[in-house]
Write a protein that binds this ligand. Structure first.
Ligand code: EPZ
Length: 417
């Protein structure tokens, strides 16, 4: 299993290009199931979750190709299986995103239940509730969702919790449903807006994406189109923190700074110097790093996917910071590894108190999930000596060669194969 070795102490400097957004690419690839025509996607990040989704789609009978150049071509004209097997779903919960499109177009789907994950239980009850309100029958049989319908119809769906993939699944299903669907308390992450733009490009009628109320008028048929995936705001945020924590001077390019307002505002309040362009921003890390509390909430607030990276930064703060995680019930696994590097962190339920001002020392650490692994690498960039991060397969799920990008900014980092 690959590991990543980092030797701390270098202030990062230079320009980094951001890849396409994993969490926009996954639903976009699932949307290819909604038409028999060809779907062309550009700016796909060449990361493991994208390749897993490609396998899943091929398993269903789609012609699916994704290149390292970020170009993807998908054609669902000869679908021969309406099943997403446990073997594939267990490696990536976002596989659940094929449920809505399969049900909408083929009126039947058998999708393995994702099960729990390191960061929380992550049920899909709201996905199923919404599909049932649209006229589907969803049964859980032997660990699979067995769903069928004689044809989906529009409905008013209030989701009591904001769910990103839940909103995406129901939005896709509603595009081919009879009549109007209203999704209330919908997620409004930029990835939702990107999916809505793609679906409109395929002929769907959608309004209100980016707000808490989305209206979808069902149509008989969708067609193919060409769509460019938005940049990855979480990868961009990770590099912003890499510059702040190393007191660096980094330009983060090929991104959309407006998708990161909460993160960049927080970084400027802790003392980093931020200048914002149209499709790039600049972060100059400054001493001291002020400790500042943060609470994660759905977009546009501070994202949970940046919480672990922010915790690493707060270990270098000049006081104490309280980090509250409101989205997932078990998303502090990285704290235990940061403590092994010498950090002073106390976790209580969904809150973690980070006392800064203690130098970190390099250590062997274990990644538990995608963003936790990024946080350990960030800590390694400022730790004394060598840090070796194990289980980086977590990292490869959502970051494209992050160690090479960091090395180009001057980091002393390498992958140990
Ligand atoms: C998406 O996951 C992202 N994944 C996650 O990113 C991200 O952390 C999360 O949204 C929140 O922003 C993708 O887009 C592929 P949710 P998702 O449904 O959709 C509860 C990363 O690091 N809930 O918005 O699975 C749930 O338990 C990943 O890239 C229900 O109770 O998250 C959680 O507490 C990690 N019932 C909350 O809602 C449901 O039916 C938000 O989860 C659905 C969700």
């Amino acid at each position: 299993m690959d590991k990543i070795r980092v030797v701390g102490g270098v202030s990062l400097a230079g320009r980094v290009e951001i890849s396409g957004a994993k969490n926009a690419a996954l639903p976009a690839m699932a949307a290819s199931l909604l038409t028999a025509d060809t779907l062309h996607l550009e700016n796909l990040p060449y990361v493991r979750d994208i390749l897993t989704t490609c396998n899943l789609l091929r398993n269903i009978g789609i012609e699916a190709e994704v290149g390292e150049d970020g170009i993807g071509v998908f054609k669902a004209s000869d679908v021969n299986s309406l099943q997403a097997p446990y073997e594939l779903v267990k490696t990536m919960r976002a596989s659940i995103l094929v449920l809505g499109p399969l049900l909408a177009r083929f009126r039947k789907a058998t999708v393995s239940l994702p099960g729990g994950c390191a960061i929380g239980a992550r049920p899909i009850n709201l996905h199923l509730m919404g599909l049932e309100r649209m006229g589907a029958q969803c049964d859980i049989v032997h660990g699979y969702v067995e769903a069928s319908t004689s044809g989906l119809h529009g409905s008013y769906i209030m989701m009591d919790t904001v769910t990103v993939t839940g909103t995406e699944n129901l939005m896709m299903a509603a595009t081919l449903a009879e009549g109007e669907t209203v999704l209330d308390n919908a997620a409004c992450e930029p990835e939702i807006g990107d999916l809505a733009a793609l679906l409109r490009g395929m002929g769907a009628q959608i309004e209100g994406d980016g707000t808490r109320t989305i209206r979808i008028h069902g149509v008989k048929k969708l067609h193919g189109c060409r769509h460019r995936i938005i940049p990855d705001r979480i990868e961009a945020g990770t590099f912003a923190i890499a510059s702040a924590i190393t007191r660096g001077d980094v330009e983060v390019a090929n991104c959309n700074p407006r998708h990161l307002t909460a993160v960049l505002t927080q970084l400027s309040q802790i003392g980093a110097e931020i200048s914002i362009g149209t499709d790039s921003f600049h972060v100059r890390g400054r001493d001291p790093i002020s400790s500042k509390n943060v609470t994660t909430y759905p977009y546009p607030a501070f994202p949970t996917d940046m919480q672990a990276q922010y915790m690493a930064l707060m270990t270098q703060g000049d006081g104490s910071a309280l980090i509250a995680e409101t989205i997932f019930e078990n998303r502090f696994m990285h704290a235990l590894e940061l403590i092994r590097m010498g950090a002073d962190i106390t976790v209580e339920g969904r809150q973690a108190l980070v006392k800064g001002g203690r130098p970190l020392s390099g250590a062997r650490v274990l990644a538990s999930d995608l963003r936790a692994s990024a946080s350990l690498i960030l800590a390694g960039l400022v730790a004394k000596g060598e840090t070796v991060v194990d289980r980086v397969y977590h990292l490869d799920r959502g970051y494209h060669h992050i160690e090479e990008k960091l090395a180009r900014l001057g980091a002393n980092i390498e992958r140990i194969r």
